[in-house]
Ligand binder design. Structure first.
Ligand code: BES
Ligand code: MN
Length: 459
């Protein structure tokens, strides 16, 4: 099918496709919140039935957490198989008062759909589903075999799926794995993502006295856990923004000349300033913002609490203090090994008498780095280029998709990261939205890429 017929397929599809997309968005499938457990289930039950009606073979795979949906269509066992990965779970909606329309009553304003999950990831996985649905309706077949793996716990670290992945190896076997959960640098800039950072997250819990103490009676005697926490946190980075944990960078390699050529590390400072209202002064001073964003590891303190922070003041030495931290990792950094380094360092820094716990969260993610020279990357790049009428950029993403590297190993397929997200989609934030123009482009790009990929193997 050529570009023109794909565009006319979208014309046929658009009305019902958008209606169904809005329905999918109306399920509050927040994976992290207990109160939404039945909404998460209803969402995946609806999707399973929807894909079954499309003619796909569907199966709900139970995990320790929320189930994963596997839906497949086999055209011919001799043709290649493409596995498309996405997630039907979404982030919580708080702070709810900042939404201009209710997050689970999708609202179209100026050509964009506003709802939690409109982009991340219901919108992105749904344009893939629509491309397959309408190709099947139009042609009665597909250019290659398709598997969809749509999970319900990406936003909480993909724990359940990660544990059972080895046991479903055979059912997810594929030649190609495409994770449709990333973005492009700007709305008129097609791009393919060739890298993700890995991630580990942990809590630091410090304990001092058995009760909160009066800071007049005990001040200068008892060691204040807040001070201990400040000391620990200050030791994590030096004055140049470099992470000061011994051996943290041991495995980090400088980019080679070839990598510098392959990856587009351009950084649009104007766009950054308009997103944040604040210059990019964090991180390692000696690297450019473009390098820091995705090629360098980082350590961020995501939350701190201890003692009193209400109105006025309270003269207290709190009995405990806490911090939440995440590290983003780059190739060759092993999440387990980095975790040990961090823990050893913190234990050494904590003042005598203060009890320390460093608790790692489950759901670590490995970094990913890919090449643009694979047949898979070429098939998608060609499709992006024919829809955008512009050369594709090859970018690295600073964020993480914990299951991506594991999926590649378990399925045995070549991996690629694609999507049409933009910073202004406000994923994870109030008023998340996705433009219908990009939903349409996504539909066309996926449809085109299926044909390109099927013809790679014929050559
Ligand atoms: N879709 C995002 C990852 C992403 C964000 C890709 C921005 C491209 C641009 C994904 O759903 C996500 O939010 N990942 C989390 C993982 C974490 C919860 C373990 C992240 O990176 O923080
Ligand atoms: Mn997300």
């Amino acid at each position: 099918m050529n570009e023109k017929s794909i565009l006319s397929l979208w014309e046929k599809a658009s009305k019902k496709a958008i209606e169904d997309y809005l329905h999918f968005l109306s399920y509050p499938s927040v994976s992290s919140e207990k109160k939404h457990e039945s909404d998460v289930k209803n969402c995946v039950d609806w999707l399973k039935n929807y894909m079954k009606t499309m003619g796909l073979k569907t199966e709900l795979i139970e995990t320790a957490g929320h189930p994963t949906l596997l839906a497949s269509y086999e055209v011919d066992p001799n043709k290649p198989t493409l596995l498309l990965y996405g997630h039907y779970d979404v982030q919580p909606v708080d702070p709810i008062e900042l939404w201009h329309s209710p997050p689970f009553s999708p609202t179209i304003i100026d050509g964009s759909v506003f709802a939690r999950g409109a982009q991340d990831n219901k919108g992105q996985i749904f344009y893939c589903i629509q491309a397959v649905k309408y190709l099947l309706e139009e042609e009665g077949t597909l250019p290659l075999n398709i598997k969809f793996l749509i999970e319900g716990e990406e936003e909480t670290g993909s724990l359940g799926l990660s544990k059972i992945l080895p046991s479903i190896k055979d059912s997810i076997k594929a030649d190609y794995v495409v994770v449709v959960d990333v973005g492009i640098p700007a709305k008129d800039e097609p791009a393919i993502t060739l890298g993700l950072r890995g991630i580990i997250t942990f809590d630091i819990n410090l304990k001092g006295s058995k009760n909160d103490l009066h800071s007049g009676m005990y001040g200068g005697l008892a060691y204040n856990p807040n001070h201990a926490l400040v000391k620990v946190l200050a030791s994590l980075r030096d004055e140049n923004g470099k992470i000061a944990i011994p051996n943290f960078y041991d495995e980090v390699e400088d980019l080679t000349a070839l990598e510098r050529e392959e990856y587009d590390l351009e950084f649009d400072e104007k766009s950054y300033l308009s997103q944040t209202g604040f210059p990019p002064t964090g991180g390692e001073e000696i690297f450019s913002p473009g390098e820091r964003r995705a090629t360098r590891p980082t350590l961020e303190i995501n939350g701190i609490n201890g003692g009193y922070s209400g109105d006025g003041f309270k003269t207290v030495i709190p009995k405990e203090a806490h911090a939440k931290i995440s590290c983003r990792l780059v190739p060759n950094q092993d999440p387990e090994k980095i975790g040990l380094l961090v823990k050893n360092h913190i234990q050494k820094i904590v003042p005598k008498g203060i009890e320390v716990e460093v608790d790692f969260h489950e759901g670590k993610g490995m970094p990913v780095r890919l090449t643009k020279d694979s047949p898979l990357a070429k098939a998608f790049a060609e499709s992006y280029e024919s829809i955008f009428k512009k050369k594709c950029r090859y970018i690295l993403e600073g964020a993480s998709i914990p299951i991506a590297a594991e999926l590649k190993n378990a399925s045995g397929g070549d991996l690629l990261l694609v999507g049409l997200g933009l910073p202004e989609d406000l994923i994870h934030a109030p008023n998340e939205n996705f433009s219908l123009d990009r939903f349409k482009k996504g539909f066309c790009i996926i449809a085109g890429a299926l044909f390109n990929l099927a013809s790679v193997n014929k050559q």
